[in-house]
Design a protein around this ligand. Structure first.
Ligand code: ZN
Length: 433
């Protein structure tokens, strides 16, 4: 239905496209940073909606798009008069005029369109805090692109905070060149929106939490060898170290940190869970170990390194994660981390699991790629034979193609098989569309 007012407007419209609606002066100075205040974004969505619906935009269809640009639910009431004015103005143009004008504004909508393929999440008023956590073993490949993009798309959908957290507390699996590659890949794939955090720069924080856990009686230093401990796990038996007092554990932890104390393999820090847990992986799992190998960033500064579950739990607590998407293979790790959260009285973030994609004929092992690059089998990480992002970027793929791929797969626990040809057919389609 075309209202009288709009009908009248259409009749006496001129051919000039001068748009007269302005941002109210008051809100412009007050909320300068709020992108959704940007009149042009509202125009872009109103034009898109109009072009798609025979010249008539509807306010209710324009507003959802603005959520992608930082509009919060509670801000809708305030922005509404402006949206109404813009929609009325756009509806006053002819369809031809709208089409011409939309070309000018199209980019603002661009990849920020609603992503209907994403399952809805339960989200608080401030959006979500989420992260993508690659290890410092190399640059991103298409596997990273899928998991990372999915978290990123949720951040885009709901707003909040998005971190790329480089997991490098294993000196044996961390390489100097990967930091730069991860930063560049992140900047490209996540449109400059990710905040980069490096775990090895947060060592004191992990140590602080170790002390907390020891003092709570939830962690102990174990001097058993890994073979011995494996037997205890299988037999659901406590090792002798488990009954040490807090005071003894504080002392032994000091000896783990001390150059003159334990040697490599002489002791590990364990989480005191339940040696009869029906899942053997949960039984007093390790939290930290001694590793004297040189770290690419920290050199020989630290001798005790947190293991993944400790570092991840501490960071997820400290960074106030609300939602985490992770590979299904990490289900046990998620349970271990949840135990750490619980003894510290913290609420565990919502966790979504992602099935694995088996690429039948593509190398997706970072160590294999690294070896190939070092041996000269590949000309570099950007070799066209490699499914790395730096290579695909060079070949003309856009970040949006990976986002669409991630959206297509969705937050899905089912494993999939795919071959190279199938994958690239899909990616090519997304790259054009
Ligand atoms: Zn022991």
């Amino acid at each position: 239905m075309v209202s009288e007012k709009i009908q009248r407007k259409r009749e006496d419209r001129t051919n000039s496209f001068s748009l007269s609606v302005q941002i109210p002066r008051k809100s412009r100075s007050k909320d300068r940073d709020n992108v959704f205040r940007d009149l042009n974004i509202i125009r872009a969505y109103a034009l898109k909606n109009a072009v798609e619906h025979e010249g008539l935009a509807v306010v209710g269809n324009v507003v959802p798009g603005l959520f992608n640009h930082g509009l919060k639910k509670e801000g809708v009431g305030k922005i509404m008069p402006l949206v109404k004015d813009v929609v009325a103005e756009i509806n006053g143009l002819s369809v031809e005029e709208q089409k011409v004008l939309f070309k000018k504004y199209e980019d603002l909508v661009g990849h920020r369109v609603e992503r209907e393929g994403l399952h809805a999440l339960k989200v608080g008023r401030n959006g979500i805090v989420t992260r993508f956590s690659p290890s410092a073993s190399g640059g991103f490949h298409i596997g990273h692109a899928l998991t990372g993009s999915l978290s990123y798309l949720y951040f885009k959908k709901y707003g909040g905070k998005f971190y790329v957290r480089i997991e490098d507390t294993n000196p044996d699996n961390s390489f100097k060149d990967s930091y730069k590659m991860i930063k560049e890949d992140s900047k490209w794939l996540f449109d400059g929106d990710a905040e980069i955090v490096i775990q090895s720069e947060r060592m004191n924080l992990y140590y602080k939490y170790v002390e907390k856990l020891i003092k709570k009686g939830s962690a102990y230093v174990c001097e058993c060898s890994s073979e011995e401990f494996k037997k205890f796990v299988e037999g659901k038996v406590d090792c002798g170290c488990r009954s040490s007092s807090v005071k003894e554990n504080v002392l032994k932890w000091g000896q783990m940190l001390d150059k003159k104390g334990y040697e490599v393999g002489g002791a590990v820090l364990r989480f005191k869970s339940d040696m009869t847990d029906k899942n053997p992986a949960m039984r007093d799992f390790p939290l930290a170990r001694i590793n004297l190998n040189k770290h690419p960033l920290q050199g020989k500064k630290y001798r005790v390194w947190p293991l993944m579950n400790l570092a991840v739990a501490v960071d997820d607590i400290e960074m106030k994660m609300t939602h985490i998407i992770r590979a299904k293979d990490h289900r046990d790790n998620a349970l271990r981390q949840k135990m750490i959260f619980e003894v510290l009285g913290k609420k565990f973030p919502w966790t979504g699991f992602l099935g694995r994609i088996h690429f039948k004929d593509m190398v997706l092992s970072t160590s294999e790629m690294r070896n190939g690059v070092e041996d000269g089998k590949f000309s570099g990480w950007d070799d066209v034979k490699l499914p790395t992002l730096v290579s695909l970027r060079k070949r003309g793929y856009n970040p949006g193609a990976f986002w669409k791929f991630a959206e297509q797969i969705g937050l899905n626990e089912i494993d999939k098989k795919m071959d190279k040809k199938e994958f690239f057919l899909m990616l090519d389609g997304f790259n054009r569309g």
